[in-house]
Design a binder for this molecule. Structure first.
Ligand code: VTB
Ligand code: MG
Ligand code: MG
Length: 322
């Protein structure tokens, strides 16, 4: 896979962020999401790739753009066939309310390498490289925390677990508290939260809880690049979802590891901040119609992680007009 695709993927998430960030705090999550999808789709159209969306905005009939199965890019000659996973805006509520952690994300791998995760919940655990190999999604919370603490040479009481602030996590929160670890709740955006476990300065050691399965694939692609660890288990809530898993041949008892979610080393992951987060700042608008974006792009093959700070002269980019 052409390594220069990395910069083009940054363009893709930047475009989504630049359009979506206009809606910060405006109380309209649908408009914020649509703007991200539009921005991302437009930029994808300019790329010479032969891509298929495998994680996207939904099934064809319900999502007009970036639907699962949609063909992306103008393939030329021997353009490699790629799987594309997107979340143009992970954290629609965060943008609508002006809260933190909203990002635009994309992951790309050779065809067949990204799991076609059904649109339902997934139970997840994620840790950074130093605690890799110490977690087991089937183990108890206390056992996992004990093993992570040992790997990081810390007491359990020095560990910080990040958990999405939802009623479904009441029991998990109780267990973490009784094990003695600290907790950092977040409102939305568990892709960013999973990535944070790989950066010591984030102050977060482990992500635990139940979030979107599509977001699980995206987080796994990122953690593959950073040599962290991610495990997931599909978490269907209704009979219909159980049926959907069966139809897709997805085993709900199977522990999905990095190799199941994002296979191989030819993986590129990119994200741009929309609202401020631990890892990436959100879009900042300056005088003279300028905007700044903060992105990260990484490749599993080499493990290079690049932070890209970009200044955009919007006068010269009429597509981002207000
Ligand atoms: C999860 C999480 C996402 O939404 O899908 C969550 O993975 C689902 O919302 O990052 P509910 O908990 O309200 O069902 C996000 O936080 C944002 O898309
Ligand atoms: Mg989204
Ligand atoms: Mg999302």
């Amino acid at each position: 896979m052409d390594r220069n695709l990395a910069l083009n993927l940054v363009r893709v998430t930047e475009a989504a962020a630049l359009e979506s960030a206009r809606y910060l705090g405006r109380g309209d999550k649908i408009a914020a999401d649509q703007a991200a999808v539009d921005g991302m789709r437009k930029m994808f159209d300019t790329l010479s790739i032969d891509g298929t969306v495998v994680i996207g905005e939904g099934e064809m009939d319900e999502a007009p753009m970036l639907y699962i199965g949609e063909q992306i890019g103008k393939a030329v000659g021997d353009s490699p066939k790629l799987d594309i996973a997107v979340d143009p805006l992970d954290g629609t509520t965060s943008v609508a309310k002006g809260l933190s952690n909203a990002i635009s994300v994309v992951a790309v791998a050779p065809r067949g390498c990204l799991l076609h995760a059904p649109d339902m919940y997934m139970k997840k655990i994620a840790v950074g490289p130093r605690a890799k190999g110490t977690v087991d999604i089937n183990a108890t919370v206390e056992e996992n925390l004990r093993n992570i603490a040992k790997a990081l040479n810390k007491d359990i009481s020095d560990l910080t677990v990040t958990i999405q602030d939802r009623p479904r996590h009441e029991e998990l929160i109780k267990q973490v508290r009784s094990a003695g670890a600290r907790i950092k709740l977040f409102g939305d955006g568990d892709v960013a939260a999973a990535i944070a476990t790989c950066f010591e300065h984030s102050g977060v050691d482990v992500l635990m809880g139940i979030g979107g399965a599509p977001e699980g694939v995206l987080a796994a692609a990122a953690l593959k690049c950073m040599e962290g660890e991610f495990q997931g288990k599909l978490y269907p809530m209704t009979d219909e979802q159980i049926k959907r898993c069966r139809e897709m041949g997805a085993d709900i008892d199977k522990v999905l590891r990095l190799e199941d979610l994002a296979k191989g080393d030819e993986i590129i992951f990119a994200a741009t901040g929309i609202s401020d987060g631990e890892l990436l700042r959100g879009v900042v608008y300056y005088e003279n119609n300028m905007a700044k974006t903060y992105s990260v792009v990484m490749r599993a093959e080499t493990g290079t992680i690049r932070f890209v700070e970009a200044l955009h002269k919007l006068d010269k980019k009429p597509e981002y007009a207000k």
